[in-house]
Design a binder for this molecule. Structure first.
Ligand SMILES: [Zn+2]
Length: 138
C-alpha cells in the first residue's frame, strides 16, 4: 500500500479519481456483513467513487474504523446505526470491538445489524499507530 504519512485529512478521500466498484453488498437479511475495506479503496487508498449505496457503506465502514482506532484509552464516540428500517433511521448505537486478527466486529443492539471489517489496517482511517493522526490529542 502506498501510505503517505502526511495527508491523513478526512477530506482527502473525497477528492479522489473516478472508478466504480460495487460488490458484496448483501447482508440486509440479518446475515453478518463481512467487508474488506480494501475492496472500497482505489490505488491511492481513497474511497473509490461508486454508486450511492456502496459509497454510503464505505463511508460507514471508514467511520467505524476511524472511531474505534482513534484513541484506545478513551471510551469510543457513539456511532449511529446505518439502517433505516421502515424508512426511519434506526435509533441504535453500534457496539464495536476487535476480534482475532484485528478484525473489527460491529453490531447494532437495536436492529441486530452486524458485520465484520477487515483490511482496514494502514488505511487513512487507521488512526491506531498514527501519532500524527487527525488532531489526536496526546
Ligand atoms: Zn440498528
Amino acid at each position: 500500500m502506498a501510505a503517505s504519512a502526511g495527508g491523513r485529512d478526512a477530506s482527502v478521500e473525497l477528492l479522489c479519481g473516478v472508478r466504480v466498484i460495487a460488490e458484496s453488498l448483501s447482508g440486509d437479511n440479518g446475515s453478518m456483513l463481512i467487508t474488506d475495506l480494501q475492496h472500497f479503496l482505489d490505488e491511492r487508498g481513497c474511497i473509490a467513487p461508486m454508486p450511492g449505496p456502496a459509497r454510503r457503506l464505505a463511508e460507514f465502514l471508514t467511520h467505524v474504523v476511524a472511531t474505534i482506532t482513534h484513541d484506545l484509552d478513551e471510551p469510543m464516540a457513539p456511532i449511529r446505526c446505518r439502517r433505516r428500517p421502515g424508512h426511519k433511521p434506526c435509533a441504535g448505537f453500534l457496539e464495536v470491538q476487535f476480534g482475532e486478527e484485528f478484525e473489527i466486529f460491529w453490531i447494532c443492539p437495536q436492529c441486530l445489524d452486524e458485520g465484520v471489517i477487515r483490511g482496514w489496517e494502514d488505511t487513512f482511517w487507521d488512526l491506531m499507530f498514527s501519532p500524527q493522526g487527525e488532531g489526536v490529542p496526546i
